[in-house]
Ligand binder design. Sequence first.
Ligand SMILES: NC(=O)c1ccc[n+]([C@@H]2O[C@H](COP(=O)([O-])OP(=O)(O)OC[C@H]3O[C@@H](n4cnc5c(N)ncnc54)[C@H](O)[C@@H]3O)[C@@H](O)[C@H]2O)c1
Length: 420
Amino acid sequence: MSVDVTVIGLGYVGLPLVQEAVRAGLVVRGFDINGGVVDALNAGHSHIDDISDDELAEILSGGFEASTDEAVIADADTVVICVPTPLGEDGGPDLQAVEGSVHAIARNLTPGTLVILESTTYPGTTDEVVRPILEAGGLTAGTDFHLAFSPERIDPGNAQFGAKNTPKVVGGYTPECGDMAAAFYGRFVDTVVRAKGTREAETAKLLENTYRHINIALVNEMARFCHDLGIDLWDVIDAAKTKPFGFQAFYPGPGVGGHCIPIDPNYLSYNVRAKLGYPFRFVELAQEINTTMPAYVVQRAQDLLNEDARAMRGATVLLLGVTYKPNIADQRESPAVPVARQLLDKGADVRFHDPHVSSWSAFGDVVPCVPDLDAAVREADLVVLLQNHRAYDVAALAAASHRFFDTRGVAAPGDRVHRL
Ligand SMILES: NC(=O)c1ccc[n+]([C@@H]2O[C@H](COP(=O)([O-])OP(=O)(O)OC[C@H]3O[C@@H](n4cnc5c(N)ncnc54)[C@H](O)[C@@H]3O)[C@@H](O)[C@H]2O)c1
């Protein structure tokens, strides 16, 4: 049977892509090495926040099937790679999953196939890593098969922008490869944007995330000195963002989390250093500022307890919201973990509450989840809002608490209510 597209890696990125392609009437298959993920998907259970079980049922009734058998690659006109690209121990990108999936494609590559890499990675990966593996079997990119890079821009939990209405950047190994990839995405994405080549498309993604990372670091650094100067930075940002041009608001917080912002800029700085021998200073400085925010939050927590003549050791500290962004369950790289770890190391009695998380640990130590939020807020010596989930009535929680430390700038400051 002819398959329009096989998606490799059925996670946060792969599954929304499957959804849009199925909705547009394409014949779609999925390949993943995790048998548990494949079985759960085929049985109608979604493991992704943005895809409900009802939506998965719609995808399955549209003919989608997931498989652990790489033979599903051979039937496909287009193969899209959406596998993880974590950081390796040396701080550079770990491309094992990309290489593993490209070897699987190479074993099943047929002439005329379009291969697209979507995983975030350093510039040159498509040309220098993916292409040689695919060409080892004797077929040539740009002649016998097509090759392109198209960065994934999905923003989990974003109700306004999804896979269909977020413009899709595409860079081909050759202009013809770019044409093929643009035509493929044009079947189910509203706007396709052509980059000059694969390196430009790879770097565009890294520019976007580096821009966010650096601007968050800027306001995080400002948060520290504005506090010392007695200036309300949240008020400053509200004023500055009324400028209708040339300014975009970024907000301070307890650190940056998620799979992209704290990680992707490292691909670029690692690559610049490895290839050119000099540092990408903006990224390294932003990294330094953002990774020390959890320690800053703990220091401020200690200062607030001090106001009540309480030592951190033995104090009950309740953390509200431990995911990396609001209203989703994803905890990857969440700064709540180093915050909890450092509070525990100072002897605090740490508890947490999160409407999306039932059990949680901070580098090995299980942190107890409070069964009754209102009672726990009343009992804690200090309540720290780390994530502003929609489910929280922050004003009521702050009013009921003994001391409230708001790292998200949503509570009205008062005698016992403090903002980062
Ligand atoms: N999650 C996001 O918000 C987001 C946004 C933009 C870009 N990205 C990028 O997209 C890529 C994928 O991220 P994700 O969040 O979807 O990851 P994920 O962990 O949710 O899913 C990846 C899936 O790939 C599978 N996999 C791993 N190795 C494989 C292999 N060799 N063959 C087949 N399947 C394999 C895993 O089992 C997993 O199910 C990463 O490069 C990431 O940086 C992610």
